[in-house]
Design a protein around this ligand. Structure first.
Ligand code: ACM
Ligand code: ZN
Length: 537
C-alpha cells in the first residue's frame, strides 16, 4: 500500500500545481503595428495559472478580451485564468478597466507585481491584449507546457491614427468556407484591423442568400467551370457556393467579438452577370445568361431603365441591412461599361425622363437613388471611386482604388475617403519581380516595402486630410483558389498595411523589418502560410 501511495499522491499534486518550466520573457519588445510609446525596463511579471484577470469596469464586451487571452494561454498553462469582475487583489493579477482615452486607445503597464490595462473602450482593451499576445514567449505561442510565463516589464501607450483600417476578401471569384472567412477575420484582428469588407457578389458568383430572390443562390452561386488561367483552361468541373443568412450572422458575430465590423458589398450596376443569370429580367435585353466562368470586365450589367431593377436591388439591400449592422454598405460601382445602356430603349427613355445627356450619368442616377434608400435605413453608401465620375452626393464614401487620385478628388470636394490604391493595396499582385517560382497572380508587382511606403494623405491639406477615414488591403481572388494561397498573398504585406493605418507617423522600414520578423513567429504558431521574400537576413 505504501509503495503505491506516494506515486498516486504526487500525480494528484502535480495536477493541482503549476506544471511545466519557467518560460523566459522575450528579449525585446517588438510590436506590429508600432505603438505610440514603448518604455521597456528590466524584470518580468510571472504569469502562472493562479494569476487572475480582474475586470474592473462593468461592460460585458470586456469578457471577450479575457476569453481571447485565455484561449492563447490555456494550452500552455493547462487551464484558463480565473476571470473576476469588480474587486481585485493587488498582486498577481491582470487588472482591466476602461478609462478616459480615445475609443480604440489603450495603456499597458507590466510590472513585477502585476499587469494593468486601461482601454478607451472594450476595443482598446482588446487591442491591449493583442499587443500582450506579441509579448508572449515563443514556446507559449506553440502551446508548449509552461508553469511560469514571463512577461517583460514595460509601459505602452497606444492608439490608432486612422479610424478605418480594412481588409477586403473577394469571395465571388473563388468561394471560401465559413471557417476560412473566420480565419481571415482572425488574421485581420491580429493586425488590429477593424473593418472586414466582404465582397459578396461578382459576375462569377452571387454568394449571399437572399430570401426574396432564391434564384440568386440556386443559379447565381454556381458556374459550370472555373478557369484559373483563361489562356489555359484547366478545370472543367462545376464550381460554387454561398453563405446562408445564418452563416452571415455567425460571421458578423464572430467579427464583432474581435471588434471588427463587416461591411458587405453588393456590386451594382456592374459585375452583375451572376444576378442577371438568376433573373434575366434584370438585364437590358432579358436574355438568359450563364454565370460567368472567366475573368475581366463584362458589359452585361443591370438595366437602369427598368423600375423592376430598383425594386430588386432595394429588396436585396433590405435583407442585407437586416443582416449587417454596419453603418457603411458597399454598393460596388466599379468597372461598369455603358454599352448595353446605349443600345437599350428603356435606358434611353430613363435618360430622357431624367434629363441626362451622357449614358454614364445613368450610374449617377442609380447610385443616388440607392443612397437615398440606404439613408432611409440609417446607413451610408460606400462605393469604388467610379461613383465620382457620374456625380455623387457629399455623403457618399469613396473607396479610391484607381490610384489615390480619386480619393484626393473626393476629399477635396468634401467626401469621406478610404484609400485602397492598386499601387499599394492590391494584394492579388505578385510580391516580387521574379515571378518564376510564384503561384499565378493577377500581374503587377507589389513588394512589402512598397505597401509600407503608402502615404494615404499625400496631396491633401490639413482640412482635407480629415476626410481620409483610412486604408484598406484588397484581396481579389481570380487566381487564389484556396485559403492557403490567400494567406500567402496577404502575409506579411498585411503587417505593412497595418502600420500604414495605425502608425503612419512612426514608419521606418528598416526598423519595421525586425518587428515584422518577430510577428512571423505568430504566423508560424498559427500555421499561416506567408511570403518570405523580404524577410531574409
Ligand atoms: C476594382 O479593383 N475593380 C475595384
Ligand atoms: Zn437597359
Amino acid at each position: 500500500m505504501k509503495a503505491l501511495f506516494w506515486p498516486v499522491c504526487c500525480a494528484g499534486l502535480l495536477s493541482l500545481c503549476s506544471c511545466g518550466p519557467r518560460v523566459a520573457r522575450v528579449e525585446s519588445v517588438d510590436i506590429v503595428p508600432r505603438p505610440v510609446t514603448v518604455e521597456a525596463s528590466d524584470g518580468a511579471f510571472d504569469l502562472t495559472r493562479s494569476t487572475k484577470i480582474c475586470l474592473l469596469s462593468d461592460d460585458t464586451m470586456l469578457l471577450r478580451s479575457a476569453d481571447f487571452f485565455n484561449g492563447l494561454l490555456q494550452p500552455s498553462l493547462g487551464r484558463a485564468l480565473k476571470v473576476e469582475t469588480g474587486a481585485c487583489a493587488d498582486s498577481d493579477a491582470i487588472r482591466v478597466e476602461l478609462g478616459d482615452l480615445a475609443p480604440e486607445a489603450y495603456e499597458i503597464s507590466i510590472r513585477p507585481e502585476g499587469v494593468r490595462i486601461v482601454g478607451g473602450s472594450p476595443a482598446g482593451v482588446y487591442y491591449a491584449f493583442q499587443t500582450i499576445r506579441q509579448l508572449l514567449p515563443e514556446p507559449v505561442l506553440r502551446g508548449e507546457k509552461a508553469g511560469v510565463v514571463e512577461l517583460p516589464v514595460v509601459e505602452i501607450a497606444d492608439q490608432p491614427y486612422f479610424a478605418y483600417r480594412g481588409g477586403m476578401l473577394d469571395v465571388g471569384r473563388h468561394f471560401f468556407s465559413v471557417d476560412d472567412v473566420k480565419e481571415f477575420i482572425d488574421i485581420l484582428a491580429m493586425h488590429k484591423i477593424n473593418r472586414f469588407h466582404w465582397h459578396l457578389t461578382q459576375d462569377q458568383g452571387w454568394r449571399i442568400e437572399i430570401k426574396k430572390y432564391p434564384e440568386l443562390t440556386r443559379v447565381g452561386a454556381f458556374r459550370d467551370r472555373c478557369d484559373l488561367d483563361p489562356a489555359a483552361p484547366n478545370d472543367s468541373v462545376p464550381y460554387g457556393g454561398f453563405y446562408t443568412q445564418d452563416e452571415a450572422r455567425e460571421i458578423v458575430r464572430y467579427a464583432a467579438d474581435r471588434f471588427i465590423t463587416v461591411i458587405p458589398e453588393i456590386e451594382f450596376p456592374g459585375h452583375a452577370v451572376a444576378a442577371l443569370a438568376s433573373y434575366p429580367w434584370l438585364s437590358c435585353t432579358g436574355e438568359q445568361y450563364e454565370v460567368r466562368q472567366t475573368w475581366d470586365i463584362d458589359d452585361r450589367v443591370f438595366c437602369i431603365g427598368r423600375d423592376s431593377t430598383f425594386r430588386f436591388i432595394e429588396g436585396v439591400l433590405e435583407e442585407v441591412v437586416a443582416l449587417f449592422p454596419s453603418t457603411y454598405i458597399h454598393i460596388g460601382g466599379d468597372e461598369c461599361p455603358t454599352d448595353r445602356w446605349e443600345q437599350c430603349p428603356r435606358c434611353r427613355e430613363r435618360m430622357r425622363a431624367e434629363g441626362l445627356t451622357r449614358p454614364r450619368q445613368l450610374q449617377g442616377y442609380a447610385t443616388t437613388r440607392i443612397e437615398r434608400f440606404l439613408s432611409s435605413h440609417g446607413r451610408r453608401l460606400i462605393g469604388w471611386d467610379e461613383i465620382l465620375d457620374s456625380g455623387v452626393s457629399r455623403t457618399a464614401v469613396v473607396m479610391s482604388w484607381r490610384g489615390t487620385e480619386g480619393g484626393i478628388r473626393a476629399a477635396r470636394q468634401g467626401n469621406e475617403v478610404v484609400m485602397a490604391p492598386t499601387t499599394h493595396c492590391y494584394f492579388d499582385y505578385y510580391q516580387t519581380a521574379d515571378t518564376a517560382g510564384e503561384p499565378l497572380a493577377w500581374g503587377g508587382c507589389l513588394p512589402l516595402e512598397k505597401v509600407y511606403a503608402l502615404s494615404p494623405c499625400e496631396g491633401l491639406d490639413s482640412v482635407q486630410r480629415a476626410s481620409v477615414l483610412g486604408v484598406q488591403a484588397n484581396l481579389w481572388t481570380e487566381y487564389i483558389p484556396d485559403f492557403a494561397q490567400a494567406q500567402y498573398m496577404l502575409l506579411p504585406r498585411l503587417g505593412a498595411l497595418a502600420e500604414v493605418g495605425w502608425s503612419p507617423g512612426r514608419k521606418d522600414y528598416a526598423e519595421f523589418l525586425p518587428r515584422l520578423k518577430r510577428l512571423t513567429r505568430f504566423y508560424d504558431a498559427c500555421g499561416y502560410v506567408y511570403a518570405k521574400h523580404s524577410l531574409a537576413d
